[in-house]
Design a protein around this ligand. Structure first.
Ligand SMILES: [Zn+2]
Length: 284
């Protein structure tokens, strides 16, 4: 199946099209194995079939994750010894995502999320009996209970809170002293995304918000989050941190951002980039 051009070649599917060549995302214990001399660029996560041939020996599981650039794409879970293979280097997922383009980001998140989901849903939550994997889609079925389970996705909100030419940056207690980001939290059962935004921002920094604008969304594989990104205006600028989830929070002008912030490839960085662009247009 051809992907709409807006998907940049990425098409999430559980059914292979049977292409001769294949892309392989090679995973070892949550890290990704990438070619050490990468002709496709330093951030490329997918290996072609010929390159991956030598890794077959180490393969424990494989799953079709869809198509990329019109070619079937699989995730392979490999035993740790595969990291010693010539021509490959093991890369930590988080650093890989920070450098990836949209399509490869999605591919990698999907690969990791599906592996994690399969590993943790082997048994039916109602009767405790073994689940059977569906052959037609990524789903687990318990026949006696007639329950079908799909990969679990947990929606989260992430928001750049803005007051005029400043944006609120917060530091989590276990982060380094100079690392700051936007606020984020899980959507509670029964909440809308907007309700979660009002609640999270008020809980974490004691600020009420208004004029919420949706920016975009992004999968985040820790283990199955979907980040919904927003910009919102603060009604007041008086910060009261909760001291539990947030250790420190400050306002930063668009031309004096904190030293260490997320890159624009991930949602927090994209929101910050958008805030800077909007502020420059208004205040420069
Ligand atoms: Zn059951």
């Amino acid at each position: 199946m051809l992907a709409p051009s807006s998907l940049k070649g990425f098409y999430a599917s559980s059914i292979p099209i049977g292409s001769d060549n294949k892309w392989i995302v090679a995973v070892i214990e949550g890290d990704v194995l990438v070619p050490s001399h990468n002709s496709l660029g330093p951030t490329s996560v997918a290996i072609n079939s010929a390159q991956a041939d030598g890794l077959k020996f180490f393969r424990e599981r494989s799953l079709c994750i869809g198509q990329w650039q019109g070619i079937d794409c699989e995730v392979w879970e490999l035993i740790p010894e595969a990291a010693l293979s010539d021509g490959f280097v093991r890369v930590e997922l988080r650093s890989l995502l920070a450098q990836s383009g949209d399509a490869e980001f999605s591919l990698t998140c999907r690969a990791l999320q599906l592996l994690d989901w399969q590993a943790k849903h082997k048994f039916c939550g109602a009767c405790g009996g073994p689940n059977q994997a569906s052959e037609t889609e990524h789903a687990f079925q318990c026949d006696p209970c007639d329950i079908r389970q799909y990969p679990r996705i947990s929606p989260c909100v992430i928001v750049a809170v803005v007051k005029d030419d400043k944006c609120l940056f917060a530091r989590h207690p276990n982060w380094p002293e100079n690392r700051f980001s936007t606020l984020a939290g899980f959507i509670e059962a029964g909440e809308s995304a907007e309700q979660a935004l009002h609640r999270e921002v008020f809980e974490e920094v004691g600020i009420e918000i208004e004029n919420i604008r949706y920016v975009g969304s992004q999968a985040w594989p820790y283990p199955g989050q979907l980040m919904l990104g927003y910009i919102a205006d603060a009604k007041t600028d008086n910060i009261t941190i909760d001291g539990v989830e947030i250790a420190e929070a400050n306002w930063h002008r668009y031309d004096k951002l904190p030293e260490v912030i997320a890159p624009p490839t991930i949602m927090a960085g994209r929101l910050i980039e958008q805030f800077v662009l909007e502020s420059k247009a208004k205040y420069d």
